[in-house]
Design a binder for this molecule. Structure first.
Ligand code: HEM
Length: 206
């Protein structure tokens, strides 16, 4: 046990599984309240979003702290977000709609907020498929471009969240603020890189 606590990688793995364990315990003990399907939707969707935000936070933390070797954690948390999103979608298709495609297609066509959920999920799928080291090698320079789509996924997920919201605004507002800070960070890094490039260009002597 002590060994596990001293190993940040194992701790991160346990952290990823804990919310799912909590959800499974509540399913087993019939502890999901009056509307269990909705509760499942909400809890899986919330955790997918939280892990997506944790993934987005890794680059700023790495840049500010100078702590190298966080890329593996970014991949772990990103895959974790994809995993919770897959379960969220599975609950929608299976538990909610029993794989009845005409109902599902009709519901998707009628509910604009689901379009953004689908958009976000498709991006997470592409990112998950292209996340192994071998895919990174094969994709070369394009890998970075593809993985910047994580910001589009984040915007889609927050729209999906706001659009179907029935109650408390505080949580999605907090996530939006965090997303704004992540964007600000990227802009600052971009400006800094531009300035460095400018300084590196040899000046012609007058
Ligand atoms: C095919 C894709 C998706 C479908 C069909 C879908 C479906 C749904 C549905 C039906 C709800 C409403 C639950 C309710 O209140 O009854 C919901 C809520 C939610 N979904 Fe999705 N979703 C999808 C993708 C995603 C993805 C990729 C994320 C996260 C990255 C996500 C995050 C959320 C969140 C955070 C909520 C709100 C939970 C809350 O109210 O606290 N969804 N989704």
């Amino acid at each position: 046990m002590n060994n596990i606590l001293r190993n940040p990688w194992q701790m991160a793995n346990i952290f990823c599984w804990l919310p799912l364990a909590g959800i499974l315990v509540d399913v087993l003990f019939n502890n999901l309240g009056g509307n269990p399907i909705q509760t499942l939707h909400i809890r899986l969707g919330d955790w997918s979003l939280r892990f997506l935000w944790i993934t987005l936070a890794i680059t700023p933390i790495q840049t500010i702290s100078g702590w190298r070797g966080m890329a593996d954690y970014r991949q772990l948390f990103g895959l974790c977000s994809f995993g919770y999103a897959s379960l969220h979608v599975l609950v929608y298709l299976w538990v909610d709609n029993a794989w009845v495609w005409p109902i599902i297609i009709n519901d998707i066509l009628e509910s604009t907020y689901i379009w953004f959920g689908v958009g976000c999920y498709l991006i997470l799928l592409v990112l998950a498929i292209s996340s192994p080291k071998i895919a990174k090698k094969k994709l070369g320079k394009n890998w970075k471009k593809i993985h910047r789509l994580i910001y589009t996924a984040a915007i889609f997920s927050i729209i999906h969240y706001f659009w179907q919201l029935k109650g408390n605004l505080a949580e999605p507002l907090f996530y939006s603020l965090m997303l704004g800070l992540f964007f600000l960070f990227r802009i600052l890094v971009w400006i800094k890189n531009k300035q460095l490039m400018y300084l590196m260009i040899p000046k012609s002597r007058s």
